[in-house]
Design a protein around this ligand. Structure first.
Ligand SMILES: [Zn+2]
Length: 190
């Protein structure tokens, strides 16, 4: 059970910006944990909803009580993406959504099998990393503390080390974790 304050559900936040889910070309799911997939039914009108094939397959092997709850995406066409050997990311595998490097979906497993970190890049190669649950907060990669929930601790460590390395690059504008209590909603212009 999650409590979302009035006006804070994903469809309500979209509406406040003047959009509905039908206006969305893509939704990219970092992974399928309940606290990341829980709002899917509210935005099922989106044109494409993407998840990694690894994550989708992993979700079939868990009982709903423990981790994944497939009811959250019942009736929704989750499209699996296939990472390729790109040399990008902790496992050197990623998926370039628009084929121009502007949005790389990067395989960063450990916390879950098919976790995606997003790298959003502008034409000057400046980038923002959205690392989802690769680490729970900035402190996680600064001190290399892997998530308490990890299906593969070695990969989780490798993924976190990659995040840390990427945050040290001069072109890194920001790296954001999903659960960092110190990060308040804000807008980044690239
Ligand atoms: Zn998670």
């Amino acid at each position: 059970m999650y409590f979302i304050p009035a006006g804070q559900a994903v469809d309500e936040q979209l509406l406040s910006l003047g959009y509905t889910s039908k206006d969305l070309d893509y939704i990219i799911l970092s992974h399928l944990d309940g606290d990341h997939a829980g709002g899917l039914q509210l935005v099922k009108g989106a044109n494409n909803i993407l998840v990694s094939r690894e994550e989708l397959e992993a979700s079939k092997g868990w009982s709903r009580a423990i981790r994944y709850n497939s009811k959250q995406w019942e009736g929704i066409n989750l499209q699996p993406i296939e990472f390729i050997d790109s040399g990008i990311g902790p496992m050197k595998r990623s998926f370039d959504l628009f084929n121009d490097g502007s949005l790389q979906l990067i395989w960063s497993p450990g916390h879950s099998k098919g976790l995606i970190s997003l790298m959003v890049k502008n034409e000057y190669e400046d980038y923002v990393l959205l690392v989802a649950d690769t680490g729970y907060a900035t402190k996680s990669w600064e001190k290399l503390i892997i998530p308490g929930i990890s299906v593969n601790k070695k990969q989780a460590y490798q993924s976190l080390k990659w995040v840390k390395k990427m945050t040290r690059q001069p072109n890194c504008v920001a790296a954001l974790a999903s659960h960092d209590p110190d990060v308040k909603p804000h807008t980044i212009t690239l």
